[in-house]
Ligand binder design. Structure first.
Ligand SMILES: [Cu+2]
Length: 344
């Protein structure tokens, strides 16, 4: 019903505007002034182009300054500087061209507005100009793309042997964290093994899985390489740690990874930002459903000594879940029982 009334109202409104326009045209015919091809509103429109140009540039400048701190977070990883340099070079080149082309676009609309005895010049083509404005952007873009590709190749190169391996499993709506344990090797996983007690689908017949352990926060040492092995259980998620300049999609059925070296501990960052409550965080940047906003995990960067101490306090998965021992093959049962004994 409301839909019909709104449609009717709109129809009436359009007919009123149309009638007003007709009346105005008739009046100008009576006055004998309808021979003019462009009315006074043409000048107003031309001036509005300039107002729009200046107005939006002022707004853009104001917003960029006001929000500067939000897109220039302190860097806390080694490759972060490379990523930021690329970002700012690309921003400078594209920003310069953006501003230049928009000034031309709006200025031309104003400058070449209709005037009674102005004639447009006939200028069919200019090969030299066309070569210049094809080659210059092509060259600039090639340099940008190649330098970006080089950086990407470096950042996504295989992790060093000694990298601390941590698995991040995204699901609706949280992250599950699994550490590789003493052997620094994650046990196999298979989605078919996923059940109520084994949310990650870890294959406990793999000896490497026994010493893996879970944690509520991501603890990593400063100055040492860390490798995130990333997967998803249900839909697409994305690991985003802005201070580390780290972003990698979590894709069901297609494990991804990202390695990096943190350069500042949480405590150092608290001092630098002057915020005693500062925490590094991982946020999900893939809109993955109604609870998307809650996919936050804290990363705690500590000194290597503190990290080793923390590591020693963690209990292996098999020790946390001794019920699992019953289903293990005979040889692993012994290993598991020794581990449980040692951790008592
Ligand atoms: Cu998500």
């Amino acid at each position: 019903m409301y839909g019909f009334l709104i449609a009717l109202g709109l129809l009436l409104l359009v007919s009123i505007i149309w009638m007003v326009y007709r009346v105005q045209t008739l009046v100008s015919v009576m006055k004998g002034s309808d021979k003019k091809r462009a009315s006074g509103s043409n000048k107003v429109n031309a001036a509005m182009f300039m107002v729009f140009l200046v107005g939006t540039f002022v707004l853009m400048a104001w917003y960029s300054v006001k929000e500067f701190d939000n897109y220039q977070l302190p860097i806390a990883s080694e490759h972060g500087q490379i990523t930021d340099n690329l970002f700012w070079i690309t921003m400078a080149v594209t920003g310069f061209i953006f501003i230049l082309t928009h000034i031309l676009l709006f200025w031309f609309s104003y400058r070449y507005q209709y005037e009674e005895d102005k004639r447009a010049a006939y200028y069919p083509d200019n090969n030299k100009l066309e070569i210049i404005w094809t080659l210059v952007p092509a060259l600039v873009l090639t340099v940008l793309v190649i330098s970006g590709w080089q950086a990407w190749k470096d950042i996504t190169s295989p992790a060093p042997e000694n990298a601390h391996v941590i698995e991040l499993l995204g699901y609706q709506f949280a992250w599950d964290i699994r550490y590789a344990g003493q052997d620094n090797q994650l046990g196999r996983h298979d989605f078919r093994l996923t059940n109520a007690t084994n949310s990650r689908g870890v294959d406990f017949t793999d000896e490497k899985a026994l010493d893996d352990f879970e944690s509520n926060i991501v603890v990593i040492p400063k100055g040492e390489p860390v490798l995130f092995r990333i997967r998803a259980r249900d839909v697409l998620h994305s690991v985003f740690a802005p201070h580390m300049r780290l972003k990698m999609d979590a894709v069901p059925g297609m494990p991804t990874r990202f390695w990096f070296t943190p350069t500042k501990t949480t405590a150092e960052m608290r001092e630098e930002t002057g915020n005693p409550e500062f925490e590094y965080e991982i946020a999900c940047t893939e809109v993955c459903g109604s609870g998307h906003f809650s996919m936050r995990k804290v990363i705690e960067v500590v000194t290597p000594e503190e990290y080793q101490k923390w590591l020693a306090e963690q209990k292996p998965f098999i020790v946390q879940n001794p019920d699992l021992v019953a289903n293990l093959p005979a040889d692993l049962k012994k290993v598991a029982e020794i581990m449980i004994e040692e951790n008592k």
